[in-house]
Design a binder for this molecule. Structure first.
Ligand SMILES: Cc1cc2nc3c(=O)[nH]c(=O)nc-3n(C[C@H](O)[C@H](O)[C@H](O)COP(=O)(O)OP(=O)(O)OC[C@H]3O[C@@H](n4cnc5c(N)ncnc54)[C@H](O)[C@@H]3O)c2cc1C
Length: 258
């Protein structure tokens, strides 16, 4: 059997007791480079843990890989992964897949002169949008890239300033504590339904997404993914796939986070 690809940990940053970020080398040979939004698999070396899916936060052009990770206390992988240190090795696959990619969105039906890409995330669902909103490709097609991030607590709202310095518009909210300055409160789905998301972003006079102006990417827990999918499909929005680009797309295989 071909040995699994090992990468070395270059940096680790702990944000909260539930959330951390790490960067690894990228020495493995990728037959095909990943696309922003795709995920690969990560595990502890020597089969000490199962391999788990991880969205790649870095760019296809980078010579390193970055990941944002949950810490599940009894999780077969993250109970160990959360203790990694600079110089440790990890198993990192060199093939990425996923449905949360720009080509799955139909840009040809956009009629508005200033089209917008919405990247709507909860928890570690932000990870693929770090790659997408950092990459120049999104800004070629869209006048604005808006990243929404909802978490339980303020300290979990990470990467705002970096995204903003990359030209993205960032809207954040918390569900379990008082929001700090610049952060909203409550679930993003409620904010979409009420129209408050648009007024909080100063899109005056707008109460909903506009199918001729907006394309939407969704990444979060399963109940969030289902709720927002149902909201969009009830209004005629079509899910985009590799075969048939649509008005919105989501990573169908994500996990609960709120
Ligand atoms: C397509 C895809 C992409 C993913 N990308 C990421 C990513 O970029 N970062 C990341 O941290 N995880 C990501 N995950 C989840 C990841 O694969 C693992 O589930 C996670 O690392 C925990 O692994 P574990 O073995 O410790 O626990 P698991 O046995 O995998 O999970 C145990 C329980 O923990 C909870 N849980 C697991 N992952 C999360 C999470 N991310 N947020 C909130 N609760 C969770 C769930 O309730 C789950 O049942 C992704 C999953 C999929 C399917």
């Amino acid at each position: 059997m071909k040995p699994r690809n090992l990468e070395t940990v270059l940096e680790v940053k702990h944000f909260t007791e539930d959330l951390f970020w790490f960067k690894t080398t990228r020495n493995g040979e990728w037959k095909k480079n990943f696309r922003p939004g795709e995920f690969n698999m990560i595990g502890m070396p020597g089969g000490e843990s199962p391999l788990r899916a991880y969205s790649i936060c870095s760019l296809p052009e980078d010579n390193f890989l970055e990941f944002l990770s949950i810490k599940v206390p009894d999780g077969p992988l993250t109970s160990k992964l959360q203790h990694i240190k600079v110089g440790d090795e990890l198993e990192v696959t060199t093939r990425a897949v996923g449905t949360l990619v720009l080509p799955n969105l139909d840009v040809y039906e956009l009629k508005h002169p200033k089209p917008r890409l919405w990247c709507i995330s909860t928890g570690t669902g932000l990870a693929p949008f770090l790659s997408i909103a950092r990459h120049e490709e999104a800004y070629k097609y869209y006048d604005q890239v808006i990243v929404t991030h909802t978490c339980r607590r303020n300290d979990e709202l990470v990467f705002r300033s970096e995204l903003e310095s990359n030209k993205a518009v960032v809207w954040q909210s918390v569900t379990r504590e008082e929001p700090r300055e610049g952060v909203s409160t409550g679930r993003v789905t409620d904010k979409i339904r009420s129209g408050d998301l648009f007024s909080e972003l100063h899109y005056e006079g707008e109460l909903d997404f506009n199918i001729e102006r907006d394309r939407i990417m969704i990444c979060g827990g399963p109940s969030f993914n289902i709720e927002i999918r149902d909201m969009l499909e009830a209004k005629g929005w079509i899910h985009g796939t590799n075969r048939a680009p649509g008005h919105y797309c989501q990573e169908r295989a994500f996990v609960e986070s709120l």
